[in-house]
Design a protein around this ligand. Structure first.
Ligand code: ACO
Length: 326
């Protein structure tokens, strides 16, 4: 008998506060029109008082409820994030505490920026297939708003806060079918958040937190992202054993509509098969794929048995893709 991992339930959570493009016009020299046409983003959510681990725990609670499993049957929690509550302990441990899971449960974070959720799913899938766990909650959770320089129009217009989660469980039926993860560390300086890393701390009397918030060479990242996302998407389909026409939906990382359209064209998918959430939520990094999945499951577009390809790209640089049957 083959052992697979399969998604048993999904959940997502966004803070209530909405920040529109129009409101950003009062903060930096930008316009609603520029942001919409260059990125596809219209508004995003901001967590004023909720920590990253609270966002993640709220998404995880919904995923556990949909899965219909007892929380004490969860063997592990893996959180993909670059905006954890603290550098130590892992945000996964704080989420474990919020969820009240006490027994025999491991918890750790994965740092792969916007590709983090795909990296985390590949780790969880391997652990389940190797009998290290039966059920793992995989969460992408971000509170990016506190890491952004609100005077930098190149970055502050892009990001939002939110969290998405899945319960991944052992299955006799195929669920997760293929993964492709990759990185190019020679481009590590194209997208950075240096504040509170040990390099920053060792230098902390000579610099300020403000000088070490998120920085991105957007145009250079864009060029690499278009090619890497399209290649990764095609590779996930080709290594899954399925054909292009078997793919029901594409869930791309939600950074820029132009990058998404280029990747969708590469696998010949029409717009109705591409799940888009960036207009309402912006780029929530590791949370974009699990939140988009949950939204499309709950509004009835994605149903059991659908084949879904997801792909992401982010700081590192990292990129990756996965194909699964929901
Ligand atoms: N409003 C108005 N003008 C702006 C703004 C703004 N918010 N931001 C930049 N501009 C200006 C620039 O200053 C520049 O002006 P100039 O020509 O006078 O110098 C002009 O617009 C063009 O700037 P570009 O950076 O070339 O704009 P581009 O079309 O590349 O769009 C964007 C910028 C949206 C950031 C795009 O490059 C992008 O999406 N990059 C990829 C982002 C991504 O995928 N990141 C990875 C995931 S994030 C993660 O891992 C955390």
């Amino acid at each position: 008998m083959n052992i697979y991992s399969r998604i048993l339930g999904t959940g997502s959570y966004f803070p209530e506060k909405v920040l529109t493009n129009m409101e950003l016009e009062n903060l930096v020299d930008t316009s609603d029109e520029w942001i919409r046409t260059r990125t596809g983003i219209v508004e995003r959510r901001i967590a004023d008082h909720e920590s990253n681990s609270i966002l993640g725990a709220k998404a995880a609670e919904k995923a556990i409820e949909m899965a219909g499993v007892d929380k004490d049957s969860i063997d592990g929690i893996i959180v993909a994030t670059f905006t954890g509550d603290t550098i130590m302990p892992a945000t996964a441990c704080r989420i474990q505490n919020h969820l009240g899971i006490k027994n025999n449960c491991f918890a750790f974070d994965i740092a792969a920026a916007c590709t983090g959720f795909i990296y985390a799913m590949s780790v969880a899938d391997s652990m389940i297939k190797n009998n290290l766990a039966q059920r793992i909650i995989v969460i992408g959770s971000e509170r990016i708003s506190v890491t952004v320089d609100w005077k930098d129009r190149n970055t502050c217009i892009l990001f939002g806060d939110g969290a998405g989660a899945v319960v991944l469980g052992k299955s006799e039926e195929p669920g997760m079918r293929s993964f492709h993860i990759n990185a190019d560390g020679s481009a590590h300086n194209l997208l950075t958040l240096e504040a509170l890393g040990s390099d920053f701390l060792s230098n902390r009397y000579k610099t300020t937190i403000e000088e070490n918030l998120i920085k991105m060479k957007g145009n250079e990242v864009f060029k690499i992202a278009v090619r890497a996302m399209a290649d990764a998407t095609a590779r996930a389909v080709e290594s899954s054993g399925l054909k292009y026409e078997d793919v029901d939906f594409f869930i791309p990382h939600q950074a820029n509509l132009r990058i998404i359209e280029a990747a969708a064209r590469r696998i010949n998918l029409t717009n109705d098969k591409v799940i888009i959430t960036l207009d309402k939520f912006g780029n929530t990094s590791a949370a974009t794929i699990p939140t988009a999945l949950d939204i499309a499951v709950r509004d009835g577009r994605i149903n059991k048995g659908n084949n879904i390809v997801a792909a992401a790209f982010g700081g590192g640089l990292t990129w990756g893709s996965m194909l699964f049957t929901f």
